[in-house]
Design a protein around this ligand. Structure first.
Ligand SMILES: Cc1cc2nc3c(=O)[nH]c(=O)nc-3n(C[C@H](O)[C@H](O)[C@H](O)COP(=O)(O)O)c2cc1C
Length: 241
């Protein structure tokens, strides 16, 4: 199957069948084949090679452009722009991405979702020539997998699945168990998060460094790369309140 062929639309066909909130059809996946643009996109996504090299790259967008067009064409005001429109359009895009990933995997392809497209969302929008009212929620790189990775461990289900109301009953024991399981996979080796002024240095923190510490340190570090996301979404016409 020649994936790097502009006419091939395999993984997105089932996304035509995706649920769309109130039939608003607020998402669409532009393909990116242009190799020069792919190289630029890679630089926006922390230089991750697969963003440039994967045969197919799809950008799933929250798309309110058509809705705005239709409202204007019909001569009505566009008063629907509360935060719910941003959330609904974003959910639609995420569902479409998940469906495309399932479709790709069902025919033996491998894929990786790329939230990194939101690091420089404004630049990504310019690269894809997205009109006002459209932003790239998540990318999907698709190709033939070099290797099939095992599923990673997950938090125990009694921590994340609650019956008849939210429950923290198993949180402490579940996190402690998951800490040990994740640390033993070696997943944090070479990726531990150092924070200036915070001790112990993660490299010498073997007893304590697991999922909880890694996650908490990442949360403490914040995400400076995405500080323009809010202002960009506002400029794009989304209302964040
Ligand atoms: C919404 C979403 C965004 C992701 N963004 C990236 C990304 O930008 N770069 C990357 O290398 N992997 C990304 N991933 C892949 C995950 O880091 C992880 O490799 C993948 O989900 C499989 O691992 P898991 O079994 O732990 O989920 C993303 C995954 C999801 C679900």
């Amino acid at each position: 199957m020649a994936l790097r062929q502009p006419g091939w639309r395999g993984p997105t066909r089932p996304s035509c069948l995706r649920p769309a909130a109130s039939r608003r059809e607020a998402s669409r996946p532009p393909y990116l084949y242009d190799p020069r643009k792919r190289a630029v996109l890679r630089s926006y996504c922390r230089g991750q090679a697969f963003v440039e090299e994967a045969p197919i790259f799809l950008l799933f967008c929250a798309d309110t452009f058509r809705l705005r067009e239709v409202a204007e064409r019909q001569g009505h005001a566009f008063n629907y722009s509360r935060i719910d429109l941003l959330l609904a359009a974003t959910i639609d895009a995420a569902l479409a991405c998940q469906n495309a990933a399932l479709a790709a995997e069902s025919i033996g392809l491998g894929c990786c979702m790329v939230g990194g497209v939101r690091n420089q969302a404004r630049d990504v929008a310019a690269l894809f020539e997205l009109p006002k009212g459209v932003y790239g929620v998540v990318g999907l790189a698709v190709g033939y997998a070099r290797q099939v990775n095992d599923l990673k461990p997950r938090l125990p289900s009694n921590v994340v699945v609650h019956v008849d109301g939210y429950s923290t009953a198993h949180l402490d024991e579940g996190v402690a168990q998951y800490d040990g399981v994740m640390a033993s996979t070696g997943i944090y080796d070479g990726r531990r998060v150092a924070i200036e002024g915070v001790t112990p240095e993660p490299s010498s923190d073997n007893a304590h460094y697991g999922w909880a510490e890694h996650t908490a340190r990442r949360l403490a570090r914040g995400n400076a790369r995405r500080k323009d996301l809010g202002p960009f979404l506002r400029d794009c016409g989304f209302v964040l309140e």
